[in-house]
Design a protein around this ligand. Structure first.
Ligand code: ADP
Length: 209
């Protein structure tokens, strides 16, 4: 976050003199306590300063980058996930392509008759199938999908940062968000590079509360 000149001055005063009361900070800046209140609130909320009752303000010692990292490490998958687009394993590759266009997604999750995750179909899987000159309406997706147990998943409570790391390590565009029940996975969401980008923009624009 961008700090105003006055906020920078407050930090310096607290660094040099902390713990220090709001009253004393105001005195040093020749301002009233009331005028300073919003700045002190911002600096405390952002984590630069901490306040103890009857003691005053003190400097937390954290840099802007440390505070940003702290914030990022609180982001959870469930706050950013999208709705999953799911097809059953016996739909055709042709229908899978139609679903991708209609739903405007690049990855489909494939489930069995019990609605358990059995695979993932991406754009490349469908392109690969279509250069084989096969009749795509007679090829079921379970033939061309990446299948369990090779599916990389995440859970709603996982850190967004850990999910992002999986996307990079596995070189994939998205992860199914699942509820794990015994050894089966129920698909409840979709986490893609777009979701991560959204989180990054929020963080940069300081919109995440
Ligand atoms: P695209 O095909 O649009 O480049 P990906 O890079 O996500 O999309 O997919 C590359 C390959 O990885 C495909 O074969 C796909 O089936 C597979 N894949 C995609 N997502 C996952 C996942 N979550 N777990 C395992 N494999 C995946």
């Amino acid at each position: 976050m961008e700090l105003s000149n006055r906020q920078e001055q407050i930090i310096q005063i607290v660094k040099d003199n902390g713990p220090i009361t709001g009253e004393n900070i105001a005195e040093q800046l020749s301002l009233t306590r009331a005028t300073l209140r919003p700045d002190l609130a911002i600096l405390t909320m952002a984590g630069f300063l901490d306040a103890r009752p009857r003691v005053g303000y003190f400097f937390t010692g954290k840099t802007g980058t440390e505070l940003l990292t702290e914030k990022l490490k609180k982001f959870k998958v469930e706050e950013y996930q999208s709705v999953p687009i799911v097809v059953e394993e016996d739909v055709s590759a042709y229908d899978a392509i139609c679903t991708m266009f209609l739903e405007d997604v690049g990855t489909l999750f494939v489930t069995n008759e019990f609605s358990h995750l059995v695979g993932v179909v991406s754009r490349k899987d469908l392109l690969r199938a279509s250069i084989g000159n096969q009749d795509l309406s007679s090829v079921p997706v379970h033939i061309i999908m990446t299948r369990m147990p090779n599916i990389t998943i995440c859970e709603p409570d996982d850190l967004l940062l850990d999910a992002a790391q999986k996307l990079i390590e596995k070189q994939i565009d998205g992860l199914p968000v699942v509820h794990v029940q015994d050894d089966t996975f129920e698909v409840i969401g979709r986490l893609t590079k777009t979701n991560i980008t959204k989180a990054l923009v929020e963080l940069g624009r300081d919109q995440h509360m």
